[in-house]
Ligand binder design. Structure first.
Ligand SMILES: Nc1nc2c(ncn2[C@@H]2O[C@H](COP(=O)(O)OP(=O)(O)OP(=O)(O)O)[C@@H](O)[C@H]2O)c(=O)[nH]1
Ligand SMILES: [Mg+2]
Length: 212
């Protein structure tokens, strides 16, 4: 007789006949993008959410909101992404992850990114996962900020670091997968593991409704 397993987590209920190999949990996670004007925040998130790139992107006014779902083996993470102009602490307070973006062709944007890092570290949730992202890596000929400088600053300040290009898509998916993986690691599956075995076929349906 088929074994019936019911796994309940706070967000999702998975019911399977026979063996369940992976228990997926869904979390809604708030993520925030900060950085200097023109660093490529909006384009980076559009590359991730829609797989597209545009040379012409209007400057964001206030904040823009995007969502994207990523499925890992161990979890499904739904990202709520706030693409901000960096003005309001309300966006980064309570965030689970923050991506601070600078443009490798601009030393000023790197300097401003450092200011953002300090500000977020002062006010944000202590378990926040923060990435420093050096964007526009495709513009190597115009580079003003060495890869090592970004990497070293990130290391000294306990951040993760990646160079990306929204244009060529270099490391863009990796960035969001890395964040999703870390979130999944920090929130191990809280399955309740209610297991019902050897239930006669005709009683299964009522069991599901009675006990969950
Ligand atoms: N070559 C290249 N250009 C990029 C890249 N990412 C963004 N851009 C360009 O940089 C410009 C600014 O990008 P946005 O995404 O609007 O920058 P932003 O950080 O959202 O700027 P604000 O909304 O004004 O804060 C756009 O013209 C993009 O096409 C990249 O990886 N490579
Ligand atoms: Mg923008």
């Amino acid at each position: 007789m088929a074994k019936l397993d019911i796994y309940a987590s706070p967000d999702i209920l998975i019911i399977s006949l026979d063996k369940l190999t992976t228990v997926k949990t869904t979390w809604e996670k708030k993520e925030v993008l900060l950085g200097d004007m023109g660093a490529g925040k909006t384009i980076l998130v559009l590359r991730f959410v829609k797989g597209q790139f545009s040379e012409y992107q209007e400057s964001t006014i206030g904040a823009a909101f995007f969502t994207q779902v990523l499925s890992l083996n161990e979890a499904t993470v739904k990202f709520d992404i706030w693409d901000t102009t960096g003005l309001a602490p309300m966006y980064y307070r309570g965030a689970d992850a923050a991506i601070v973006v600078y443009d490798i062709t601009s030393m000023e944007s790197f300097a401003r990114a450092k200011k953002w890092v300090q500000q977020v570290q002062r006010h944000a949730n202590p378990s926040l996962i923060m990435f420093l992202v050096a964007n526009k890596a495709d513009l190597g000929a115009e580079r003003k900020v060495a890869n090592e400088d970004g990497e070293e600053y990130a290391k000294e300040n306990g951040l993760s670091f990646l160079e990306t290009s929204a244009k060529t898509a270099q490391n863009v998916n990796k960035l969001f997968y890395e964040i999703a993986k870390r979130l999944a690691k920090a929130n191990p599956s809280r399955q309740t593991g209610i297991k019902l075995h050897s239930i006669p076929q005709e009683t299964r349906r009522s069991s599901l409704f009675c006990c969950v």
